[in-house]
Write a protein that binds this ligand. Structure first.
Ligand code: SF4
Length: 243
């Protein structure tokens, strides 16, 4: 795995490549971001942004949302998918905010993950973007990109969060997550566009696509004939001159 100074250097380069990295969810306060982030599970930020203006107009705060019924809420969030579970989580989250936090979003991890529908990733999004508390959300993009490059080495999002947070100062945590997410969406997607990447010379995966430090980057290859061809399906082909 990369050293802390190598990790910082890599993030410097990626931040230069993606100066616009930020959450793409639209919000005006912590309650709205918490609501939008819960809705973003298994959905796109753009899809969430389509439903939240009307949602926030009807339920401007936790007290209003806590009084909603599933029958009222579900049609409004249906297009984001899993609307029944999300409706239940949102109403439960709002009721817990009213009951335990005076209707405000608490600014600490333990209190946030105690809320219905709120996991560590969602809590870190809200802490880092809306509450001024350093947080490094690890989603599937952060997991894939960080393992490929070699700045993390685990399939476990909590371990990856710890590894990145150890290598970087707290003031960089949230920006790092935003940057890795954007890099994963634009360039280092499941079929990475390595010829457009700013960190090719520092990336473990680029050096060796079969490197075990990228456990999710590529399936283990083995077998022959059809079996081997199946294992290769969907994996990127990286061509470069041998140095
Ligand atoms: S060189 Fe390729 S695999 Fe490595 S971070 Fe860049 S796009 Fe991803």
């Amino acid at each position: 795995m990369k050293t802390a100074s190598e990790t910082r250097r890599i993030l410097d380069l990626l931040e230069t490549q993606h100066p616009d990295a930020d959450t793409e969810l639209h919000y005006q306060n912590a309650f709205q971001l918490l609501t939008a982030t819960i809705l973003s599970a298994q959905s796109t930020d753009q899809g969430v942004n389509l439903v939240t203006p009307a949602l926030f107009a009807r339920y401007p705060d936790a007290r209003a949302l806590a009084k909603a019924t599933s029958a009222e809420l579900e049609p409004q969030i249906r297009s984001t998918g899993f609307f029944r579970q999300k409706s239940k989580a949102l109403i439960g989250m709002a009721a817990a905010l009213v009951e335990h936090h005076g209707g405000e979003v608490p600014a600490n991890m333990e209190a946030l993950i105690a809320l219905p529908g709120v996991g560590r990733k969602t809590a870190n999004v809200v802490l880092g973007h809306a509450l001024g508390v350093p947080g490094l959300p690890v989603d599937r993009h952060v997991l894939r990109v960080s393992n490929r490059i070699g700045i993390a080495d685990s399939d476990d999002p909590v371990v990856v969060e710890q590894q990145l947070c150890t290598a970087l100062p707290p003031k960089r945590w949230t920006r790092t997550s935003d940057t890795l997410i954007l890099h994963g969406r634009r360039i280092c997607n499941p079929r990475p566009l390595c010829d457009r990447c700013a960190v090719t010379t520092l990336c473990d995966y680029y050096e060796n696509p079969d490197n075990p430090s990228g456990p999710r980057a590529r399936p283990r290859l083995g077998g022959t004939g059809k079996k081997k061809a199946k294992a290769h399906r969907g994996t990127p082909r990286i061509r470069r001159a041998r140095r």
